[in-house]
Design a protein around this ligand. Structure first.
Ligand code: GLV
Length: 328
């Protein structure tokens, strides 16, 4: 019997390709060329499965052009690159890669918070530019993390990981807002108190965004929300570009309406709003929150496991539209 055909849309660990080749006819992308939508469609035609990353858009146009497709396995926990409704209507299973990246991503969220609050990259740029001529009492004075109020918007697994680091490691007071309130045991574990979005914005010394991106969460943080924040506050986005209105944020940073921001994700990335590149009080990283080799390997392996289980007629570990499996 011939093996199912799959497309691996971006370069990935050779070990994972080797594992996939044991089960599938694999077309991969070893040069890691970023394909346009028509290029993706051309390669996906005739394939039954796809191994995608967060940058590969699977929508109705792709689904209509690729009627053989049965499953797309995303090597990311976020799946805003999938039109999940269109995939469900087309009978295409979607899977993502949760859990395996939680602690690594929470570590990074905290690292970005610390770099932002303590002005680490801004001061390094100053030093590298040869501008450090003498000590001064307020040079790059930042804001304290220990004992401060940590606000978390989006209290899923990663948000909880950040809350625990803040509460247990740094003695922070943790407040959060989420679509649904955590149960009492989880709140106690995270030492976190539920507040309204407005109270979160007004009270946080450091606000970390960890909510999923969707049409509803587009520009959750815009000029009005930034205006509610303390002028001394910092804002960290490790969630998705588009949750923050980057132009409004750049203006707020320029006018010092908030103290600083740390951004790992951007609207329209890999492009970055030019005003963010010219303000000094922002730490910018290129969407690397889950980027340690063991975690990226675990994410790739989970995406591969989803594909393999599906074509073996087993339940894939992390389906996003599991209603399709019930009718299989
Ligand atoms: C990374 O952004 C992910 O969603 O895994």
């Amino acid at each position: 019997m011939s093996k199912p055909r799959i497309l691996v849309a971006r370069a990935v660990f050779p070990e994972v390709i080797t594992r996939l080749e044991q089960h599938f006819e694999v077309e991969s992308n070893p040069t890691d060329e970023a394909w346009s939508k028509p290029q993706l469609i051309a390669r996906l035609k005739g394939k039954q499965g796809a191994f995608t990353t967060g940058g590969d858009r699977i929508d109705a146009e792709v689904l209509v052009a690729c009627p053989d497709l049965k499953i797309c396995a995303n090597m990311a926990v976020g799946y805003n690159n999938f039109d999940l409704d269109a995939m469900t209507t087309a009978g295409v299973l979607a899977t993502n890669a949760p859990d395996v990246l939680t602690e690594t991503t929470a570590d990074f969220g905290f690292a970005l918070l610390m770099a932002t609050a303590r002005r680490i990259t801004e001061s390094e740029h100053f030093l590298r530019a040869g501008k450090w001529s003498q000590w001064s009492y307020d040079m790059f004075a930042g804001s304290d993390i220990h004992g401060a109020t940590l606000g978390i918007l989006g209290m899923g697994r990663i948000g909880q990981g950040i809350a625990k680091r803040g509460a247990h490691g740094f003695g922070m007071k943790v407040i959060y807002h989420n679509r649904s309130r955590l149960d009492a045991a989880l709140e106690a574990d995270c030492k976190a108190s539920y507040v309204s979005k407005e109270e979160l914005l007004r009270s946080a010394d450091h606000l970390v965004l960890v909510l999923p991106y969707s049409a509803e969460s587009h520009h959750t943080i815009g000029a009005a929300e930034l205006a509610m924040m303390k002028p001394t506050a910092t804002l960290v986005n490790i969630a998705r570009g588009g949750i923050v209105d980057d132009a409004a944020l750049a203006a707020a940073l320029k006018d010092r309406r908030i103290a600083a921001a740390g951004l790992d994700v951007f609207e329209g990335e890999p492009k970055v709003h030019p005003d963010l590149l010219s303000v000094p009080n922002v730490v910018l990283t290129p969407h690397i929150a889950s980027a340690t080799l063991p975690t990226r390997m675990a994410m790739a392996d989970l995406a591969a496991s989803n594909l393999i289980a599906f074509f073996e007629g087993k339940r894939p570990p992390t389906p996003l539209n599991p209603s399709l499996l019930a009718t299989k």
